[in-house]
Write a protein that binds this ligand. Structure first.
Ligand code: 4NP
Length: 155
């Protein structure tokens, strides 16, 4: 199985989501691949935002080696599940989709816990460390639920 985390910039939320899920997958010996990407090319090829790196580090997760990349159409072929952080990301992914099958792979990350609620992971970019920590907690909770679903084969 392959899981893709998507946000706008791919320097704050989705890199944290990739790092959090990656760590949980390793801790649980699960053979699942995770990646992340975004839609805004301004930070192409850059490492995650320093506050995202620090927030993850505070929780024992190293995301400093990640590099920003853009969402591409082939991601629909590569990944089984595509999780977005907010409705803007959902619209961006939908614009790239080719058919209904593509969109069946896409869901809001927080819907893992609150099905069909379409709740956002608020963008902490240009915010405070508290904003980053809040985003981390939401992401962490959702990723914990993804792990359970993989284990119970309900993802
Ligand atoms: P992210 O935050 O989507 O959580 O990575 C953002 C980072 C950068 C930009 C937008 C959102 N930007 O426009 O550069």
């Amino acid at each position: 199985m392959k899981i893709l985390m998507v946000c706008l910039g791919n320097i704050c939320r989705s890199p944290i989501a990739e790092g959090v899920l990656q760590k949980k997958l390793e801790e649980n010996n699960l053979d699942v691949q995770v990646d992340s990407c975004g839609f805004e090319s301004y930070h192409l090829g850059e490492h995650p935002h320093s506050m995202a790196i620090q927030t993850a580090k505070n929780h024992g997760i190293d995301i400093s080696g990640q590099r920003q990349r853009l969402f591409k159409e082939e991601d629909f072929d590569i990944f089984d599940k595509i999780y977005v952080m907010d409705s803007g990301n959902y619209r961006d992914v939908k614009k790239k989709s080719r058919n209904e099958e593509d969109m069946q792979k896409v869901d809001y990350l927080r819907n893992v816990i609150h099905p069909n609620s379409n709740k956002h992971v608020p963008d902490p970019w240009s915010g405070t460390m508290e904003d980053y920590e809040y985003a981390f907690q939401l992401i962490d909770e959702a990723c914990e639920s993804i792990i359970k679903r993989i284990q119970y084969k309900t993802l």
